[in-house]
Design a protein around this ligand. Structure first.
Ligand code: ADP
Ligand code: ASP
Ligand code: MG
Length: 407
């Protein structure tokens, strides 16, 4: 008997026909005694459509009501999927995130899964049901619905797999695995058989939208190997796991990631005194805003003030405006500038440590292509350049060609 969690993303459940195809495949692939939990996303572009609907009412970030709205997308999918299994003659039951026992923090739009009380899911499996769980959502201790951030159904799937000690967690999507770069941008990108949690987490954080970063973190924490594979083809996908299981060629660079959802915030003329940077970033952290690259520069002509530049996800720029607007007068800040048309390009690879030539090659490629680098940041296994959004695809293709085409 195998206990398997299978997650199907939005494009996989976009139509009733696609849902029926999933039912046929799940039933064909499983043995009679297997126990299956399906985690599903909202159908097709439903979540984007709900975001746009809210945008027609308000531009303010009403977190609680937004989650009330966004969670409805997944609720449609679970009900229809359970009906589709019943139509095929199988017992099936659908659960919202709350019904599946998923408890989150109270950070609306970015809830973190704190615990999963999985008994109801386990009982339903024991009763012979195919259990369908809504991805991307949970509930706070206080009873409010939360969502887990875009792409959050991945995290639901891996967390549920960890909670019920599943034998496998399979992420079915519209690509047949993890590639060295987004195959929609780089047609020559190469599919990987395996990637480590560490490298995948870095790729995901730096924009590779195929997995939500927190899902990879959960996989690593609960030691759940994740198999990313295609909904539409039978081929093997990519295993995300602790270490490489076979002799892989020593890659310096494992992948090239891009992120076009970046806003650059510049806080001009912050008094150059102790405690001021703290105040800005503490207020942002209080509102759960993830701040990324940070640069502080002292003005040569006026050492009394400093300028602080940082990046955030573009989805947070309205919230950043709110927060900084509130403290601006109080702190005597000159001005706040937000540039929403930024992007990031990154190279990722555990093998790059101790190879300084990689950074030089990357910057050289930017120069050759006439692309200005605004900020550079590095970690042990990645190098990232902040550039204009319009240059991102070109930069990714040039970097990928340089590092991978000679293989
Ligand atoms: P789902 O709706 O199934 O969750 P997503 O759209 O969230 O699917 O993720 C799949 C998409 O991720 C692919 O269509 C692909 O364009 C994109 N992607 C970005 N980077 C990569 C990568 N390195 N490898 C594979 N796919 C990637
Ligand atoms: N439906 C949500 C989104 O579009 C969650 C997901 O698909 O993972 O972001
Ligand atoms: Mg996704």
């Amino acid at each position: 008997m195998a206990l398997i969690v299978k997650k199907f993303g939005g494009s996989s459940v976009a139509t009733p026909d696609k849902m029926r195809a999933i039912v046929r495949r799940v039933l064909k692939d499983m043995k009679e005694e297997d126990k299956i939990v399906l985690v599903v996303s909202a159908m097709g572009d439903t979540t984007d459509e709900l975001v746009s609907l809210a945008g027609q009412i308000t531009s303010k970030p009403y977190g609680r009501e937004m989650d009330m709205l966004l969670s409805t997308g997944e609720q449609i999918s679970i009900a229809l999927m359970a009906m589709a299994f019943k139509e095929a003659g199988r017992k099936s039951v659908s659960f919202t995130g709350a019904q599946a026992g998923i408890v989150t923090s109270d950070a609306f739009n970015k809830g973190r899964i704190l615990e999963i009380n999985a008994q109801r899911v386990i009982n339903a499996l024991d009763e012979g049901n195919i259990v369908i769980v809504a991805g991307f959502q949970g509930m706070t201790d206080g009873g409010d619905i939360t969502t887990l951030g875009r792409g959050g159904s991945d995290t639901t799937a891996v967390a549920v797999a960890g909670a019920i000690h599943a034998d496998a967690c399979e992420i079915y999507t519209d690509v047949d695995g993890i590639y060295t770069s987004d195959p929609r941008v780089v047609p020559d990108a190469k599919k990987m058989e395996e990637i480590t949690y560490g490298e995948m987490l870095e790729m995901a954080k730096l924009g590779a939208g195929v997995m939500q970063p927190r899902a990879v973190e959960m996989g690593s924490r609960f030691n759940v190997p994740i198999h990313v594979r295609s909904t539409f083809a039978e081929t093997e996908g990519t295993m995300i796991q602790e270490d490489y299981s076979m002799e892989v060629k020593q890659y310096l660079i494992r992948g090239v990631a891009e992120d076009k959802n970046v806003a650059k915030v510049t806080v001009l003329g912050v008094p150059n005194k102790p405690g001021h940077a703290y105040r800005i970033f503490a207020e942002l952290a209080d509102r759960n805003i993830d701040v990324d690259m940070i640069v502080q520069s002292v003005r040569v002509a006026n050492e009394g003030v400093t300028d602080i530049t940082f990046t955030v996800s573009r989805d947070d720029s309205a919230l950043v405006c709110d927060v900084l607007g509130d403290i601006r007068r109080d702190m005597d800040i000159e001005d706040i500038l937000i540039d929403e048309k930024m992007g990031k390009v990154s190279v990722v690879g555990a093998g790059m440590a101790g190879h300084p030539g990689i950074a030089a090659s990357m910057f050289g490629l930017m120069g050759d292509n006439g692309i200005n680098i605004e900020i550079i940041s590095t970690s042990e296994i990645s190098i990232t350049c902040l550039i204009g959004e319009e240059h991102v695809d070109k930069a990714v293709r040039a970097i990928h060609a340089h590092f991978f085409d000679q293989d």
